[in-house]
Ligand binder design. Structure first.
Ligand SMILES: [Zn+2]
Length: 469
C-alpha cells in the first residue's frame, strides 16, 4: 500500500498522512460513556475507527490506539449540563454507579469483539486517571486560563484566541446552538466557557479530593489528560463522531493546547451519523434510548443476524457519508456475506482455481489498496472485490475488512431446533443471570459460543442462534 490520504476536519481537505515519527501512529478515539448499551449508531463510529486502524497497519505502521472509558457520571448534554447519566442509570437499575460502569464497560468491550474490532492498545478508565486530570487543570490554572465560581473551575475561553478553530472551519454556527443551556451558573463569564472541575454537586456519588475541594472532573478534561498520558502532547490522529466537533473536541483542543502550547492533534478524523428509519431525525445522538429504534448488538443477534453483517453493512457506505439503516439493508449485507461463503466453497484458495491470473491478481490488489488509501474508500474496495470474484482476494484483504471470512460457516438466517445440550446450557445460563451470578453466566455463554452459536440477552431471557455465516 502506498501513502494513505485522510480527510482532516481541521484543514477541511484530504491530506497525505504519515506518523510524526515515521513508525508508530498515535491514535486516540473518544470512547463510550458506560451507562447503557452501545447502539448501532455509536458502534458505526467504532467500526470506522477500526477500519482506519487496520488500514494503517496494512500501510506498514505500528498503531498505538488509545480509547477512553468514561466511567465518571456525566451530564446528558455535551456541554456538561442537564442530568447525570450514570446516576440516572443507577437509580433505574438499582445498582451503584460503579456497578453500572463496570457492567456496561464489559458489555461494550464484548460488543467490540463481536464486531471484529481490534481491541485498542489501552482503554484507560476516567476514574483511574483523576490525578492526571487534576494536574492538567493545575497547569491551566498556573497559566491564568481558569476561573472559579460557586459551581467549580471553568476554562476561560476568552483567554484562548484559537478557541473554536475545529468547529469554525467545519460546522460554523453550531457552537452558538450549544450555548443555550438551562440552569446556567450565574458566575459563568461566557456561554462557551466549560467546566473543568465540579465542586458543588453533593449528590454526585463519585467524588475526589482536589486543590479546589471535593468534587469530580468535567467530561472534556478526561480525554485531554488521558490522551496526553498515553500518547504524548501531540497525537497523530484524533477520531470521533461528527457530533463531537462543536463542543467536546473543540474543548479538548482548547485545554490541551493552552496547557502545552503545541498542536494537540495533527489529524482530526470524524465519522458521520447513522440514521435509523423512524428515529425522528438524523444522528445517533438522537436515537431513542429504548424502544424499536434503540438497536444494540444483542438485538441484532436476537433477530438472527450475525454482528459481522452489520460490520459489512457499515463498510458499504463511506465513513463520512450519512448512512441509513434498515433491516432490509442488513438482509442484503447478510446475503453478500453468503456470496463470499459460496466463493470459498466453489473456488477456495488454490491459485489454479482462481479466476485471476497472477498479474491480474497483483493489479487487483493494487487497485483495492488505492481505494482504501484514498480516505478509506471501503465501498469501492468492496465493489472491486465482488467484481473480481476471487476468494483469494477476499482473503488478502480480510485483515483490513475484518470479516473473519475463514470462519464463515453457512449462509444466513437459518432456523433450526436446539440440541439438548444447548438448551440445557441456555437454561442454566438464564438461571445464573436471574440470580445475578454474572461470572457463571459469562462462562456458560463462552461454552455456547464454542459450539458455534451466539447468545443474545433480551428482556424476556436469552435467545440462541446458530452463527449465521
Ligand atoms: Zn473525547
Amino acid at each position: 500500500m502506498g501513502s494513505v490520504r485522510l480527510y482532516n476536519t481541521l484543514t477541511r481537505r484530504k491530506e497525505e498522512f504519515t506518523p510524526a515519527d515515521g513508525k508508530t501512529v498515535r491514535l486516540y478515539c473518544c470512547g463510550p460513556t458506560v451507562y447503557n448499551f452501545a447502539h448501532i449508531g455509536n458502534l458505526r463510529t467504532y467500526l470506522f475507527e477500526d477500519l482506519l486502524h487496520r488500514t494503517l497497519l496494512r500501510a506498514g505502521w505500528r498503531v498505538e490506539h488509545v480509547m477512553n472509558i468514561t466511567d465518571v457520571g456525566h451530564m446528558t448534554s455535551d456541554a456538561d449540563t442537564g442530568e447525570d447519566k450514570m446516576m440516572k442509570a443507577a437509580i433505574r437499575e438499582q445498582r451503584s454507579p460503579w456497578e453500572i460502569a463496570r457492567f456496561y464497560e464489559d458489555a461494550f468491550l464484548r460488543d467490540l469483539g463481536r464486531l471484529g474490532i481490534i481491541k485498542p492498545s489501552v482503554t484507560p478508565r476516567a476514574t483511574e486517571h483523576v490525578a492526571q486530570m487534576i494536574a492538567l487543570i493545575e497547569r491551566l490554572e498556573a497559566r491564568g486560563i481558569t476561573y472559579r465560581t460557586d459551581e467549580g473551575i471553568y476554562f476561560d475561553t476568552a483567554r484562548d484566541p484559537d478557541y473554536g478553530k475545529l468547529a469554525d472551519l467545519h460546522v460554523a454556527g453550531q457552537i452558538a446552538g450549544a450555548r443555550e443551556e438551562v440552569n446556567v451558573d450565574p458566575g459563568k463569564r461566557h456561554p462557551a466557557d466549560f467546566i473543568l472541575w465540579f465542586t458543588n454537586k453533593p449528590n454526585h456519588i463519585m467524588q475526589w479530593d482536589s486543590p479546589w475541594g471535593r468534587g469530580y472532573p468535567g467530561w472534556h478534561i478526561e480525554c485531554s489528560a488521558m490522551s496526553m498520558t498515553y500518547l504524548g502532547n501531540t497525537l497523530d490522529i484524533h477520531c470521533g463522531g461528527i457530533d463531537h466537533i462543536p463542543v467536546h473536541n473543540t474543548n479538548e483542543i482548547a485545554q490541551s493546547e493552552s496547557a502545552t502550547s503545541v498542536p494537540f492533534a495533527r489529524f482530526w478524523v470524524h465519522g458521520a451519523f447513522l440514521n435509523v428509519k423512524g428515529s425522528g431525525g438524523p444522528g445517533h445522538a438522537k436515537m431513542a434510548k429504548s424502544g424499536d429504534n434503540f438497536i444494540t448488538v444483542e438485538r441484532l443477534i436476537e433477530r438472527g443476524y450475525h454482528p459481522l453483517a452489520y460490520r459489512y453493512l457499515c463498510m458499504t457506505a463511506h465513513y463520512r457519508s450519512e448512512m441509513a439503516f434498515s433491516w432490509a439493508s442488513l438482509d442484503a449485507a447478510t446475503k453478500a456475506l453468503s456470496r463470499i461463503y459460496e466463493l470459498r466453497g466453489r473456488l477456495g484458495e488454490r491459485v489454479a482455481d482462481d479466476p485471476l491470473n497472477p498479474a491480474q491478481f497483483a493489479d487487483a490488489v493494487a487497485e483495492i489498496d488505492d481505494a482504501l488509501a484514498d480516505d478509506l474508500n471501503a465501498p469501492r474496495a468492496i465493489a472491486l472485490l465482488h467484481e473480481a470474484g476471487s476468494y483469494r482476494l477476499w482473503k488478502e484483504f480480510d485483515r483490513v475488512l475484518g470479516l473473519d471470512i475463514d470462519k464463515l460457516s453457512r449462509p444466513a438466517r437459518e432456523e433450526e431446533p436446539l440440541t439438548e445440550q444447548l438448551a440445557g446450557l441456555a437454561r442454566k445460563r438464564d438461571e445464573a443471570r436471574r440470580a445475578r451470578r454474572f461470572d457463571e453466566a459469562d462462562r456458560l455463554r463462552d461454552e455456547i459460543e464454542k459450539l458455534g452459536y451466539l447468545v443474545g440477552d433480551g428482556v424476556d431471557g436469552s435467545t440462541i442462534r446458530r452463527r449465521l455465516v
